[in-house]
Design a protein around this ligand. Structure first.
Ligand code: FES
Ligand SMILES: [Fe+2]
Length: 374
């Protein structure tokens, strides 16, 4: 099937970057965006956003987090506990993570097992969600096990990711707006999660512009990357922001059609709440789970295509990981600082300028989606 995507190919992106370097320019949005500060503080708005996460196809985890039959990831999405598992037939299915007896969760975290046994009274479910066994079943006269399997949510594997949607049909058009994101040959290197004292949208914003590279990342990204030099594109609800490394100058000697993305970091915003960032030998997927107006769970899946037994490659790779981690910590510090100011009364709105067009697209899309649901 032909997929439609508005994202340019690598040689075109490299050319646009080299042109920006020559002209000392960057991509500009058509207009600025003013986002009311109240939208970060309102409980009603927050509830509507979480409801949107349940209606929308949300990126849940990379396919590589579920490498074999029985691999599972259990995590909340939009406030709902979800269990995603790869079945014996190779298909990924996701369920509401709640036992059909009295609602205890079937699994937490991630792992690999061939059945899910509820720890409360021991009901057993198969990888396909079917209820397989009820201890002392005679205590439930008339129980129809065929109707008491785990409750599925719609699940699609696409572009190397697992998407789930809880309350509406998966709209394939949204997924078709994405190019292939994670190819075969990438495996999960590690997964982490922690909570941050910031509204989830402030954390999204931190990924979507390069205007802050010099100020925020003076000793991490700025020595390697340009300040405020980005290619910014959108495809449907999603965006891609290209962060070039200074070493991209070497691509001037390469025949234009053969230029590669090796000296670019692509940051994809997978609307509404996930990001994917590409680095040499590493892809980092971040999924944000809004917990309250001022607290967010920050889930990270790091993938690699490198051979861990190659010592030299591994050492260079680990230096890259340390750098990205240090830069990410700087972003989180800024996000928490913004969060603390929200109630200060200083700002009625935040103004996102012409360099921050992907953030304008995010808020415009979110506002339109919330309005459409009213
Ligand atoms: S709640 Fe799961 S077996 Fe009772
Ligand atoms: Fe940053």
């Amino acid at each position: 099937m032909q997929r439609t995507t508005a994202f340019s190919d690598d040689p075109s992106v490299v050319q646009r970057v080299l042109d920006h370097i020559d002209r000392r320019t960057t991509d500009l949005a058509e207009s600025c965006w003013r986002e009311p500060v109240e939208n970060y503080r309102s409980e009603a708005r927050f509830a509507a956003e979480r409801a949107l996460l349940r209606r929308h196809a949300v990126a849940f985890c990379p396919s590589a987090a579920l490498p074999s039959p029985g691999s599972f990831v259990a995590r909340d999405a939009g406030g709902t506990p979800i269990l995603a598992v790869r079945g014996g037939d190779g298909r990924v299915r996701a369920f509401r993570n709640a036992c059909r007896h009295r609602g205890s969760q079937l699994a937490s975290g991630a792992g690999c097992q061939q059945a899910f046994t509820c720890r409360y009274h021991g009901w057993v479910y198969g990888l396909d969600g079917s209820l397989r066994h009820v201890p002392h079943e005679h205590g439930f006269p008339g129980l129809d096990k065929g109707t008491r399997g785990l409750v599925p949510v719609q699940t699609v594997e696409a572009q190397g990711l697992v998407f789930v949607t809880q309350e509406a049909p998966l709209r394939d058009a949204r997924l078709d707006a994405l190019p292939p994101l994670i190819g075969d040959g990438w495996r999960l290197a590690n997964a982490t999660e922690f909570e941050i004292d910031a509204n989830w949208k402030i954390l999204v914003e931190g990924f979507l512009e390069g205007y802050h590279i010099r100020s925020t990342h003076a000793h991490t990204f700025y020595p390697l990357q340009y300040d405020n030099l980005n290619v910014v594109e959108r495809s449907g609800d999603h965006s891609r922001i290209v962060f070039p490394y200074r070493a991209i100058e070497r691509q001037r000697d390469v025949e234009p059609s053969a230029r590669s993305a090796g000296m670019l970091t692509y940051v994809y915003h997978l609307f509404p709440s996930a990001m994917l960032a590409t680095f040499p030998g590493r892809i980092v997927m971040v999924v944000l789970e809004p917990l309250s107006i001022d607290r967010t769970r920050f889930v990270t899946y790091a993938l690699t295509d490198r051979d861990p037994s190659d010592g030299d490659t591994q050492a260079a790779f680990e230096r890259g990981v340390d750098l990205v981690d240090a830069g990410a910590a700087e972003d989180r510090e800024v996000a928490c600082a913004i969060q603390r100011s929200l109630g200060s009364g200083a700002n009625e709105f935040f103004e996102f300028g012409l360099f921050e067009g992907a953030i304008g697209h995010f808020h415009r899309t979110l506002t339109a989606a919330l309005d459409a649901a009213r």
